[in-house]
Design a protein around this ligand. Sequence first.
Ligand SMILES: *Cc1c(COP(=O)(O)O)cnc(C)c1O
Length: 233
Amino acid sequence: MTRREELAAGLAATRERIAAACRSVGRDPGEVTLTVVTKYFPASDVRLLADLGVTDVGENRHQEAEAKAAETADLGLRWHYIGGLQSNKAAAVARYADMVESLDRPKLVAGLSRGAQERGIVLPCLVQVSLDPPEQRDGRAGVRPEEIGPLAEAVVAADGLRLAGLMAVAPLGADADAAFAELAELAAALRRDHPEATVLSAGMSGDLEEAVKHGATHVRIGRAVLGERPAVQ
Ligand SMILES: *Cc1c(COP(=O)(O)O)cnc(C)c1O
């Protein structure tokens, strides 16, 4: 199999899983955007994916994302930044990202706002919420549920940023179904105050069905499309 055939097969299987998950809960598959997470894979894979119809790609490390976005700038892809953010890199991320999904500290808002304004865009941002039990929250990305509101307000108040919704990763070793049920409630609560915050980014290769069941509008899929990630260099 060529790499193109491998990616085409992974994509077809993933799209079928999304469609089946939607069918089983009566949702329209057109409501769910597939973001293919290309971290650790080369720009040549990004190019093949774009040729196979992928429109949205996700990356979680700034330097790698910046380089790949530059190498494939001709493809018109939407770049989702889904990884840990340092406040001194936030402005730089806003210069290539089309959505920042991992906003989890008020300190990041100023840099993102500055980068977006310098680029002349309004950057959609998702507040990343931690679904980990309180005792396991330390060191994991995401705000506590009670911190969503204040961080959302900070995004709304910032020039160049738009509050688009919520993002979360299921807790390690826990029941994704229960975690995403909680996430759906948090998303509904956020929409009561901010009706424009309609994006819910949840679901990875191992749990996209549970995420679709609980209203995900964006799933972030790496391994199921690209195969196991190469070891970190
Ligand atoms: C790597 C990553 C994904 C994709 O995970 P897979 O298990 O490869 O599908 C999704 N979301 C985030 C935040 C990630 O870091």
